[in-house]
Design a protein around this ligand. Structure first.
Ligand code: ADP
Ligand code: MG
Length: 274
């Protein structure tokens, strides 16, 4: 059971429908400061298996910091993160007295928590197929032919079956981002974090990447997606999280969020972007 994952003193306030599956991700009291800036102020969030949660909010509201803390690209200053990946479980506590997370544990965690960035972060000197096989070869210690087969299958799945031997520089932004998604999928993560995956793209390339995200969501993947694509959030998200000033201001079903926003800051945000 997952009852013991978070101390009773810091309950996760925000939960998905109770009848759904296990909690893959449970965040409680998460804090992160950069100097005098509070990027995350005691954030609580719980995500269940198969849920798609879109994280909305103005620039600087803490969306990237939240995702980066979950993947341990940033070290939180306080709070807890529990990840139940089925086959593996991580119970991480942060703060002045908490033990440091070892590099080995970080690597292991990132094998279960995939991340896709705004700026793709592909290896420029590697072919598309090599970008996808890299983690399989180095982290999973898979044999070359098997890794190649998996990478070819995933690149075909994101519509790039004809681009295996292209370098990133020979691909459009939308194609590069699809390679990055295939690379993340190759590790067979239990949850995927997307940090504004279409924000760096020319408008005409946004749709092809959103379509891939929608396909991944339809496959049952648990997803946390920071985005400014309101149409996507409305169509694909099970729940929407609205952040402002490092806090989660509102959480609701996509329909409630867009039709019946509750908080004044949410209403102002939606008036500005819709
Ligand atoms: P968002 O992704 O919603 O735009 P961020 O998580 O990037 O927001 O930023 C939240 C706040 O933390 C902002 O005030 C930002 O300036 C600050 N911040 C983020 N990363 C850093 C950093 N590496 N150093 C200093 N300040 C940062
Ligand atoms: Mg950001």
């Amino acid at each position: 059971g997952d009852a013991a994952s978070v101390p009773a003193a810091a309950p996760a306030l925000v939960e998905g429908p109770a009848e759904e599956g296990r909690r893959v991700l449970e965040i409680a009291g998460l804090e992160k400061r950069f100097g005098a800036t509070t990027a995350l102020a005691r954030v609580n969030l719980s995500v269940r298996a198969g849920e798609v949660v879109c994280v909305l909010g103005p620039s600087g509201s803490g969306k990237s910091t939240l995702l980066r803390c979950i993947n341990l690209l940033e070290r939180p200053d306080g709070g807890q993160i529990a990840i139940d990946a089925g086959s593996a479980r991580f119970d991480l506590a942060f703060g002045p007295t908490a033990r440091a997370v070892s590099g080995r544990e970080m690597t292991r965690l990132r094998g279960h928590v995939g991340m896709v960035f705004q700026h793709f972060n592909l290896w420029p000197h590697k072919l598309a197929v090599e970008n996808v096989t890299e983690g399989l070869l180095r982290v999973r210690r898979m044999a070359g032919p098997e890794a190649g087969r998996i990478a070819a299958g995933l690149l075909a799945r994101v519509g790039l079956g004809g681009k295996l031997t292209a370098f990133p520089s020979q691909l459009s932004g939308g194609q590069r981002q699809r390679v990055a998604i295939a690379r993340a999928l190759a590790m067979r993560p239990d949850v995927m974090l997307f940090d504004e995956p279409t924000s760096a793209l020319d408008p005409e390339l946004v749709g092809e990447v959103l379509q891939v995200l929608e396909d991944v969501a339809a496959s049952g993947m648990t997803m946390l997606v920071a985005t400014h694509e309101m149409g996507f959030a409305r169509r694909v998200a099970d729940r929407v999280v609205f952040m402002d000033g490092g806090q989660i201001v509102e959480v609701a079903s996509a329909e409630d969020f867009f039709e019946r926003p509750q908080h004044e800051r949410t209403i102002r945000f939606l008036e500005a972007v819709l």
